[in-house]
Design a protein around this ligand. Structure first.
Ligand code: SAM
Length: 279
């Protein structure tokens, strides 16, 4: 059995900068890059499932027009743009990948910009905001990538106003030891340093000062996400003439199979969390 590798923030940012265009052309042209919440096993609509994840998190967080939100690891900005369109809230998105931040800024400009939203380059471990600046901190499938997780927890706690809400989805490492296949196809593939079990995550959030922590395991949804993406990848590869692109897509499809196997072995998972900074 292997433990996970060690990656730096630079490794992570280089990976997400380098793969931005690949993911845009293959995974989702809007730049959405998170796990879907599927209606059932027969549901194969990844795009609808990914939007459903956003809507469930927004409902869990209790976001409305009065909210001022920070999206940590916002990627191409879709969650915040969706929240603002639906509720009229304010907010900022922050991401370690300058390429993704530029994409998000371009989308915001296309939609007319405005003073209520902004996207910024930076890290979850050193949030460039004043204490208590936000009513809500949200994040989708990004915090697992932070090498120093207690630091990012402390930072999210700091920038939340008293009584503010943290709501996020994240990858889980259910057990400390993982096999070589899981390390290669799940962890090292996306420069993941390893993380928490569901209960371990709850304890880490409480150690950072958060209260009223709720944690739910949603492994069936991440399994379905990679089942659907793997199938899409193989269909896409069959219609791709570019040899390099085809090889990347087929490698990804193989990883999708390995990811599902890792979930079945209890080496990988996905959860949703809601917590509160005490009032
Ligand atoms: C799987 S993507 C998710 C993107 C977005 N939340 C979404 O749902 O489409 C993970 C994102 O986390 C960002 N990220 C990784 N480490 C980070 C850090 N330390 N601080 C801020 N963002 C980070 C990556 O650059 C990447 O855009």
């Amino acid at each position: 059995m292997a433990t996970t590798s060690q990656f730096t923030e630079r490794d992570v940012s280089e990976f997400f900068d380098r793969t931005t265009q690949t993911y845009l052309s293959f995974w989702n042209s809007e730049g959405v890059l998170h796990t879907g919440y599927f209606a059932d096993d027969a549901d194969t609509d990844y795009h609808a499932a990914a939007d459903r994840t956003s809507d469930i998190l927004a409902a869990d967080a209790g976001i409305d027009a009065t909210a001022n939100i920070l999206d940590v690891g916002c990627g191409c900005g879709n969650f915040l743009l969706r929240l603002a369109e639906r509720t009229g809230c304010r907010g900022e998105g922050l991401d370690l990948s300058i390429e993704r931040v530029r994409f998000a800024q371009g989308k915001l400009a296309e939609r007319g910009g405005g003073p209520r939203l902004a996207f910024r380059h930076g890290s979850a471990t050193a949030l460039p905001y004043a204490d208590g600046a936000f009513t809500h901190v949200v994040s989708q499938d990004a915090l697992f990538l932070v090498p120093e997780k207690p630091r990012s927890h402390a930072e999210m706690f700091r920038v939340l106003a008293p009584g503010g809400v943290l709501a996020f989805s994240d990858f889980l490492q259910p057990k400390p030891e993982i096999g070589d296949a899981a390390r290669r196809h799940v962890y090292d593939r996306v420069r993941w340093n390893g993380g928490y079990s569901l209960d371990g995550y709850r304890r880490a959030l409480e150690a950072a000062g958060f209260v009223d922590v709720t944690a739910r395991s949603l492994d069936a949804h991440i399994r379905q996400t990679y089942r659907v993406l793997g199938r899409t990848a193989r269909e896409r590869a069959a219609g791709t003439d570019d040899e390099a692109a085809r090889s990347w897509i087929l490698n990804f499809a193989d990883s999708c199979d390995e990811i599902q196997a890792a979930i079945d072995r209890g080496e990988f998972g996905w959860g949703m969390f809601v917590a509160r900074r005490p009032a």
